[in-house]
Structure formats: C-alpha cells, structure tokens
Write a new protein. Structure first.
Length: 119
C-alpha cells in the first residue's frame, strides 16, 4: 500500500472488512505512521495507539464521543482506554484480519482532527 498523507487519508471512508485482506506488514505500517504524528505500533506491531491527557474527566468522555461518531460513520471502531480519569488512549486494529488495514490509518487521521480539551 502506497504511503498516504494524513490529508489524503481523511478524505477516504473505511471499507467494510470481513477478512480476506492482507494486513500491513511492518515496513508498510512504519512508513504510513511517519505521516501520523504521535501514533505508535503496539501489540507486536499489529495495532496502532496514541495517547492524550485531557483537561478533565468530562473532556475525556467528550473526546470519546467524538471518536464514536466518526467510528459509526465509517463503520470501523477503535478500542478506547481511559485511566486516571483523564489519560486517554485510542488503539486501532482491524479485528477481522487480526492486524492493520488502511481503515486503521484512515480512522487515525480522522481522530487526529477531532477536538479535545487538553490538560
Ligand atoms: C462489516 C464491518 O466492516 C465489520 O463488522 C467491522 C465493524 N467495525 C470494525 N472495527 C474494527 N476495528 N475492526 C473490524 O474488523 C471491524 N469490522
């Protein structure tokens, strides 16, 4: 998969995925992450994750709601983590293929455009 800019990714819509798609290999994932500041590989390079510190608990949950709206619109869903009432992380992977697909990078780029009240 050719590397896309964050802007190019935000212009795309996630495609329904029920398997049968080859996951990104490590090289492809690393190359695409260059265009997505703050995102890193986790879970043996099968997921991508980014962390924020929200202003407070409600700001964290408002951010999660924004993420949920984008996820539902695109039909692709993040794992959402909150610890210590305001430390939030979003983790993305394509469950149907047990690894990373273009959908994960599309959603990451869209999530980066969402409003969040930071600490
Ligand atoms: C048909 C539709 O694409 C699937 O049910 C979607 C729903 N949301 C999803 N979200 C994520 N992260 N991975 C999936 O494999 C997935 N599958």
């Amino acid at each position: 998969m050719a590397v896309q800019t964050a802007d190019e990714l935000t212009k795309k819509k996630c495609k329904p995925c029920e398997g049968g798609v080859e996951p990104f290999d490590l090289g492809e994932a690393r190359a695409q992450l260059e265009k997505l500041p703050g995102w890193r590989l986790t879970h043996d390079n099968h997921r991508i994750r980014k962390d924020w510190v929200a202003k407070d608990f409600m700001a964290a949950l408002r951010f999660f709601e924004e993420c949920a709206i984008v996820a539902e619109k695109d039909g692709h869903h993040p794992d959402l983590h909150i610890e210590g009432y305001r430390n939030v992380s979003v983790e993305l992977w394509t469950h149907a293929i047990g690894g990373l697909s273009e959908n994960d990078f599309i959603l990451a780029a869209k999530i980066d455009r969402l409003p969040i009240d930071l600490k």
